[in-house]
Ligand binder design. Sequence first.
Ligand SMILES: [Ca+2]
Ligand SMILES: [Ca+2]
Ligand SMILES: [Ca+2]
Length: 125
Amino acid sequence: MKNLTIKPVAAMAFALVLLGTGHAQTTPAAQPQLTPEHFAQLDRDGSGGISRAEYEQFMRESFQKLDTDGNKRLSQTEASTVLTPEQFAAVDKNKDGQIALDEFLDHVMRDFDRYDYDKDGVLQP
Ligand SMILES: [Ca+2]
Ligand SMILES: [Ca+2]
Ligand SMILES: [Ca+2]
C-alpha cells in the first residue's frame, strides 16, 4: 500500500466552497482539506461513509447553487469560484464554453470512483 494520503479529493473543492469553508476565490487550485465537519455534512444519513448517492445528491445541489442564472449550465464566470480555467476546460468535454450538468456529474463521479480505493461504493473518512 503506497497511497496513504488522506483523501486528496479534487472534487471536494466544490464541496468545500459550497459548504462555505473554502477559499477557492483566491486559491482555486489549492488542495482541499476534508475535515470531519465537512465529511459529516456529506454523510447525510450518518452512516460513517459517503455513498455514491449521497455524493451525487450533494453535487447536484452544488451545481444548482453555482448556476446563478438558472440556465442549467455553468459559465466560466459561474464556475470561477471553484474551477481554474484549466479545470473548467477539462470538465467542459464538448468545448462549448459551458459546463452542463452531465459534464459536471461525469467529472465529479469519476473523482468519487478514483478515491473509492476499495471500490465498495462508499468513501470512508
Ligand atoms: Ca452515508
Ligand atoms: Ca448558468
Ligand atoms: Ca460543455
